[in-house]
Structures are given as C-alpha cells and as structure tokens.
Design a protein around this ligand. Structure first.
Ligand code: 1HE
Length: 240
C-alpha cells in the first residue's frame, strides 16, 4: 500500500489517513500480508498541520480518536503489516510505522517527533506504542529536544527491525512477507493479537493467556502436520 501524496511529503490529511482505514476494512481474502511504503522522497511528514489549525478542543479529541481507531485497524487487523521506511518518518508517520508489526528502514530514513516543537502532543498512539519499542526516556528526548534518530540509530534502539541500503526497503519487506505468509495463520494471529495483550497484562494473566493460545495452536491439524513434517525429515531446520 503506497502513501501517495508526495507533493506534501505524504503528510496525512483526513483523506489519506481514512484511505488506510478503507484498505483494512475491505481487505480481500487472499491478501495475507501488507507492506506500507511512501511514494516520493519520504515515508511521511506526519499529520498535515493545516488540518489542526481548524480544530477546537472537542474536534481535536475526536480527531485523535479517529487516528487511534485507524492505527488499531493496522495493528489488530487480519494480516501482519510491514512498514518500508525511507526519508522522513516523523510525527504521525512514525505513529503509523509503530502500529505496524515490523519496520524495515533504508539508510535514508530518519525519525523524529516534531510535535514537541509545534506546541502540540502526539495524538496517533505514539505515547503508548513508541515507548514499548524504544523506552519512555528516548521518546521524551525526541519531544523535548527535537532529537532526530538516523536509520542506524533506529536499528540500535529497537525502533527498526532491519536496516538496509538505500532503496532496498521494499525488496527486504517482500522477502520478509514471504516468510510470514508461510506460517500457520493461527500463529500469525497469536503474534498480532495475543502477544501484545500478554505484554500489556500482569504476569499471572499473561501466563494464562500464553497457555491458552499455546494449547489452541498446538491442537490444530495444521500444527500436527507441521510437527510431523519436521519429525519425519520434511520440515525446514532453523534458519532455512
Ligand atoms: C507539509 C507537512 C506537514 C511538509 N503538514 N504540509 N510534521 C512536521 O512537523 C514535519 C514538517 N515537515 C518537514 O519538516 C519537512 O517537510 C520534511 C523534513 C518532512 C521534508 O522536507 P522537504 O524539504 O523534502 O519538503 P518541504 O519543502 O518542507 O515540503 C514540501 C511541501 O510539503 C511544502 O508545501 P508547499 O505547498 O510549500 O510545497 C510543505 O509545507 C508541505 N509539508 N510537511 C503540512 N506535516 C496524529 S497527530 C500527529 C501529529 C504530527 O504528526 S505533528 C508533526 C508534523
């Protein structure tokens, strides 16, 4: 799925953010993985700032809640989503990236939260999702000082899963997508829907959820087949 508003650096006006929602609401059955990338020089310049200037308090609240609902559709939809990042991945663009399940950045990517300098706060879920990846102190630094992380730094701090050479992010995403779609669907579902709930819960609830989903996945016919395939020498070894 390409963000296609390059003349405004893929800044998200309501039309662009709602077009993401439409894709997730109308996903064809045969789509098993989505790659989100930016068309043009950047992944995204974040929220289209011209839209914020017109909102009063209540409209601002609903606007942020609308973003939350779209981000939830990315994170808790039917299929894993990979972000292919290059150039500016800032503000709301970074929020979209953090709602995805994996992030691949090429060497041109950079990450920032200019909200701190614009007199606003993040509103698309970054305060919940980003500290889980990079820690609260780093997010506070980005907002307080305008710190920009390079692609290399993004990989070092856990924001980015894979860093690749310039213009190679899509290729890497396609390679990863092939691996992802070769998994059992229930395993991918568990990683997308259960794992984040487990990490959000306390130890005893988390362990119980883990046991429940472990029992569900291992009792499926597909799991039995895959286990037998390995035991009889037909399954892939680790790393293959
Ligand atoms: C925009 C936006 C935008 C560009 N809203 N119009 N995000 C920001 O504060 C980031 C602001 N943008 C930038 O710092 C730069 O544009 C970039 C580093 C991303 C790219 O620089 P560059 O040199 O490639 O492009 P440019 O010349 O700055 O911008 C090209 C055009 O896009 C220009 O408009 P033009 O009519 O003069 O051609 C820019 O005004 C326009 N443009 N970014 C509106 N963001 C859910 S809440 C999330 C809250 C946030 O995301 S706050 C962070 C907002």
């Amino acid at each position: 799925m390409g963000l296609n508003r390059p003349e405004k650096r893929n800044a998200f006006n309501d039309t662009l953010i709602k077009s993401i929602e439409k894709v997730f609401d109308n996903l064809p059955q045969d789509v098993k993985c989505i790659i989100i990338y930016g068309i043009g020089k950047h992944f995204s310049a974040g929220l289209d700032l011209s839209e914020l200037t017109q909102l009063d308090v209540v409209e601002g609240l609903y606007h942020s809640r609308m973003w939350h609902s779209v981000m939830d559709k990315i994170q808790f939809g039917k299929v894993p989503v990979i972000a292919a990042l290059h150039g500016a991945t800032v503000g709301g663009g970074l929020e979209v990236a953090t709602a995805c399940h994996l992030r691949v950045a090429d060497s041109s990517a950079f990450f920032a939260l200019p909200e701190g300098q614009r007199g606003i706060f993040v509103g698309g879920g970054a305060s919940v999702r980003l500290p889980k990846l990079i820690g609260m102190a780093r997010m506070a630094d980005m907002m307080l000082t305008g710190r920009v992380f390079t692609a290399t730094e993004g990989e070092q701090i856990g924001l980015v899963n894979y860093m690749v050479d310039a213009n190679k992010a899509l290729e890497k995403c396609e390679e990863l997508a092939k691996k992802i779609i070769s998994n059992a669907e229930i395993t991918n579902y568990a990683v997308m829907h259960i794992l984040p709930r487990i990490t959000d819960s306390n130890q005893s609830e988390g362990l119980l959820m883990e046991s429940l989903i472990a029992a569900i996945t291992s009792s499926s016919p597909e799991a039995k087949q895959r286990l037998n395939d390995f035991l009889e020498g037909r399954g892939k070894k680790v790393g293959e």
